[in-house]
Design a protein around this ligand. Structure first.
Ligand SMILES: [Zn+2]
Length: 544
């Protein structure tokens, strides 16, 4: 199957993030003025009800220029503030600020803090940006898309001692956007108009989508900027709603909140992804969006990805998973549930096809047993471990313990109180779900501890190891190849510093694959001397 959505950013992007359930939730109040035509932000915000942190930072998008930071009590003067270069956990979009003091921590946190700042961002209507990503503040000419986690468009309190972020806030905001038709902020219904007065008492991260687009309500769910007509959206909503009902029944945890499905285009040519920021599910891309639902070639894949994002309501929102295996739990189970939905709603043959595809991707990774994961580096390949290996592992475990115990395990993963959702927690929940120490010990050894866990998973799922061996075990037979070598500047092609392009003629050779690789190396070392581009050069060896 052609892969047209790339899952890049998900809720569990930062696995060290722990649940805020027991915490004080900051409150953000104030005014926000935006122009989607000019790419501007003007914010005057007061953050209150903060936990009394000693070692904190406020993260704020690096494109925002601060007019002042004050204690929000009346008649206070602007405070000195400093930027820290040590906020290594920031994902790059934000700067970390603090108010210096003579206290032990060297930082002062007033009870309420007022931030007044402005920002201006490029409005990109012609996809001329080199890239677009979740944390980008994206003005595409007709709308603003900004997430409430990475972008830090509002001040996000961060506890540097416990690695805890407070991007989920309650709010009381007046948002003005004179060139918008719709203003939407996570946790509130979309507002048709240029002024939105929005309040939320339940904590939300402030993902926002505003601009000139259509807002459609279907069965109390919103579709913002959809490319499909109402008839298609109605059917689609029915389908997605049935997934939500299925999950809430099986997991025995209600699916709360009105989902808002957003579709928009990126400010670059080649980026395309889906992300979830509950209750919003956002699809960014140039290809078909919601209307993929009626396209026979893309329907199954589209629904699979939607099912993955919908499952993140549980593995991501009902509980955020931390520790070194948090990523694997959130992504692995979201994908496991998407596989279950594929099987139960779209049929076994599609499910089997999916299973084989997953197994086939694993030819590039020999996963280490879960028990051996000590840091994120141990995944070796985060994408393959979380999105491909983990769902296969969970499907194998399900085959051993049966569906009822599998749902029970997931329920425990979502509900069993724990500060760290680490490997000890992971084992504890599985042991409790299995409910038989001997059976559990066998299971543990076979799938979590043994060096052969991957082979065991493949065997249990009746997946032949042949799917893995497509190129690995190719017989060393001689074949006829045509080849040519091409080298161009790494970047900035055509500038005076980067002008050299080298290519060989098309040649013919009869040899084994290994000999072909040797030939490539020989040509490479020969032309290497001629590489004289300041940006470096590519080395493309092409065969056919
Ligand atoms: Zn995901």
């Amino acid at each position: 199957m052609k892969r047209f959505f790339i899952i890049v950013s998900c809720v569990a992007l930062f696995p060290w993030f722990t649940s805020h359930a027991q915490d004080t939730i900051p409150h953000v109040k104030g005014n926000v003025t935006i122009s989607v035509k000019k790419g501007t932000f003007e914010c005057d915000l007061v953050v209150s009800n903060m936990p009394r942190l000693k070692n904190y930072f406020f993260r704020l998008n690096s494109g925002m220029n601060i007019r002042y930071i004050k204690n929000a009590e009346p008649n206070m003067l602007p405070l000195d503030y400093e930027k820290s270069m040590k906020d290594t956990l920031s994902s790059g979009e934000s700067s970390a600020y603090y108010i210096p003091s003579w206290s032990e921590s060297g930082k002062y946190l007033p009870y309420t803090v007022r931030f007044n700042y402005v920002g201006m961002y490029p409005v990109i209507t012609d996809t001329s940006s080199v890239s677009d990503w979740r944390g980008n503040i994206a003005f595409n000419g007709t709308s603003l898309r900004v997430d409430g986690l990475q972008s830090a468009w509002y001040p996000i309190l961060y506890d540097a001692t416990s690695d805890k972020r407070y991007e989920k806030v309650t709010y009381d905001l007046n948002i003005t956007c004179n060139d918008c038709k719709v203003i939407y902020l996570n946790g509130s219904n979309p507002v048709n108009g240029t002024i939105a007065i929005l309040k939320s008492n339940s904590p939300q991260d402030l993902t926002m989508f505003a601009g000139d687009f259509k807002s459609v309500v279907i069965n109390d769910k919103y579709f913002l900027n959809p490319d499909a007509d109402d008839v298609v959206l109605k059917d689609l909503e029915k389908e997605l709603h049935s997934y939500q009902e299925y999950l809430q029944e099986k997991l025995n945890i209600p699916y709360k909140g009105k989902t808002v499905y957003i579709q928009t285009t990126p400010v670059s040519k080649n980026n395309s992804w889906l992300f979830v920021s509950y209750p919003s599910i956002i699809k960014v891309g140039w290809e078909d969006g919601m209307k993929s639902f009626q396209d026979q070639n893309n329907r199954a894949e589209f629904l699979h990805y939607m099912a993955h994002e919908i499952s993140h309501y549980y593995f991501g929102t009902v509980r955020s998973f931390n520790s070194e295996i948090g990523d694997m739990i959130s992504e692995g189970f979201a994908e496991f549930l998407a596989m279950r939905i594929t099987r139960d709603f779209m049929g076994d043959s599609l499910y089997q096809e999916n299973l084989k595809l997953k197994a086939h991707h694993m030819r590039n990774l020999i996963p280490i047993p879960v028990e051996k994961i000590r840091s994120k580096a141990d995944y070796n390949n985060r994408e393959l471990y979380s999105y491909y290996y983990s769902p296969l592992l969970f499907l194998a475990i399900e085959k051993e313990i049966g569906e009822v115990k599998m749902w029970k395990w997931m329920n425990l993963l979502l509900k069993l109180p724990a500060v760290k959702t680490n490997y000890i927690f992971f084992e504890k929940t599985l042991r409790q779900a299995v409910g038989d120490q001997n059976k559990y010990d066998l299971l543990r050894d076979k799938y979590l501890v043994s060096v052969n866990t991957f082979q065991n998973v493949m065997l249990t799922l009746d997946l032949s190891t042949n799917v893995l061996k497509i190129s690995k075990n190719e017989e060393p037979k001689a074949k006829k190849y045509f080849y040519f070598y091409f080298s161009r500047p790494r970047t900035d092609i055509g500038s005076a510093q980067n002008k050299i392009i080298l290519r060989t003629e098309i040649e013919e050779v009869t040899c084994t694959q290994k000999e072909l690789i040797d030939l490539r190396e020989k040509i490479y070392s020969k032309v290497k001397q001629k590489f004289d581009n300041e940006s470096g050069s590519t080395g493309d060896f092409n065969t056919y």
